[in-house]
Design a protein around this ligand. Structure first.
Ligand code: SF4
Length: 350
């Protein structure tokens, strides 16, 4: 019998390849459909769970394939309800996902990772201090949703309502698997989660933002902006050197024109770096070309970074400057301060 290393991950086969495999094995096509239901609608992690298949068929599948699922490795519970999970992948790599509950609004959001590590070295980010190891498969992103959804049901009696692709990694540098995972999660024959409740956040890869527009995606786009001019953005996000603000704004406007999907800017305020009224004026100028919402995020400081979080009154003044000029602004106080809540902090911890 094959060792598990030589066996193929059944979830990496597309629909057509799975059908062809079943025909080759002398099995009826509808059996392939049943397996797909187990994998993508019920989130099965083993062939044993597929109880409407005969035992010999389950054994046959077991002999040829594996399901390379992810497993919970460490779970941290914050006093504010946030749950952060470090997941282990089949090759031993570690990633993290965060459940952010807002029970009073019946809003339960999961933040998922798309890469092990990240290549973009943003200066304020714990993940940016890790090397990029590899892209996640679509199924590994899908699993984060399924397992965190179970946590939401278990701890809050409510399923997930939103997904943000804002965890470890740059989703648009794992373009194919990011889109595939959204397709899997939103498949009407599967979990049927609305793409309108999905937000993909990017550090700003203009070429890929244009591709999203050309591919007519239905999910929302968030840009991690964090500075209103190139000089400052270059200092904290090296990706800005090849994708400056003018090029980025052009690509986002293109995205908006083609899709009309929701767009937001993520703006982490750092004390005395990007939190002055002059900074808010620069940000305001970037809010004029297309409808955009601004999410101001309180910084969760990480070890080895010189950035500090802004004082509350500075955040309030910054936000007020924008709201009084017609911009929709949400201020997100940092969640999970008592756990390793900054992106990459938990996965990077050994
Ligand atoms: S902020 Fe995002 S893109 Fe930047 S290093 Fe961290 S994970 Fe990568």
């Amino acid at each position: 019998m094959n060792s598990s290393i030589e066996k193929k991950d059944i979830r990496l086969l597309g629909h057509d390849a799975l059908l062809a495999t079943f025909v080759e094995m002398g099995e009826k096509k509808f059996r392939a459909k049943q397996v797909e239901e187990w994998l993508w609608a019920k989130g099965a992690m083993s062939f044993d769970e597929m109880t409407n298949l005969s035992k010999p068929l389950r054994e046959k599948l077991e002999a040829h394939f594996v399901i390379n699922g992810i497993t919970e490795e460490t779970v941290q519970f914050s006093n504010d309800g946030t749950i952060k999970t470090r997941f282990k992948l089949h090759d031993g790599s570690l990633i993290e996902s965060v459940l952010i509950p807002v029970p009073r609004d019946k809003r339960f959001t999961v933040c998922v990772s798309t890469q092990v590590g990240c290549s973009l070295t943003c200066k304020f980010c714990a993940t940016g201090k890790m090397k990029r190891v590899r892209n996640l498969d679509a199924s590994e992103i899908f699993d984060q949703f399924v397992l965190v959804n179970k946590q939401a049901l278990e701890h809050f009696g409510h399923p997930l309502t939103n997904i943000v692709y804002m965890g470890m990694g740059e989703p648009l540098l794992n373009y194919k698997n990011t889109l595939k995972s959204i397709e899997l999660i939103s498949n009407p024959d599967g979990l049927n989660f609305s793409p309108r409740r999905v937000t993909v956040s990017t550090a700003g890869i203009s070429k890929m933002i244009r591709k999203l527009a050309d591919d007519k995606v239905r999910f929302n786009l968030a840009l991690s902006l964090h500075a209103g001019d190139d000089l400052k953005r270059d200092q904290i996000m090296p990706i800005n050197e090849q994708n400056n603000l003018e090029v980025l704004m052009d690509s986002i406007e293109y995205f908006y024109q083609k899709t009309k999907n929701k767009i937001s800017y993520e703006y982490i305020t750092f004390q005395n770096f990007n939190d002055s009224i002059e900074d808010a004026q620069k940000l305001l100028k970037l809010c004029k070309r297309f409808p955009v919402k601004v999410n101001i995020i309180e910084y969760n400081p990480i070890d080895g970074s010189s950035f500090l979080k802004s004082a509350e009154n500075r955040i309030d003044e910054f936000a007020k400057y924008l709201t009084t000029r017609g911009v929709t602004v949400t201020v997100r106080r940092s969640r999970g301060k008592d756990i390793d809540a900054a992106c990459g902090q938990l996965a990077n911890k050994t």
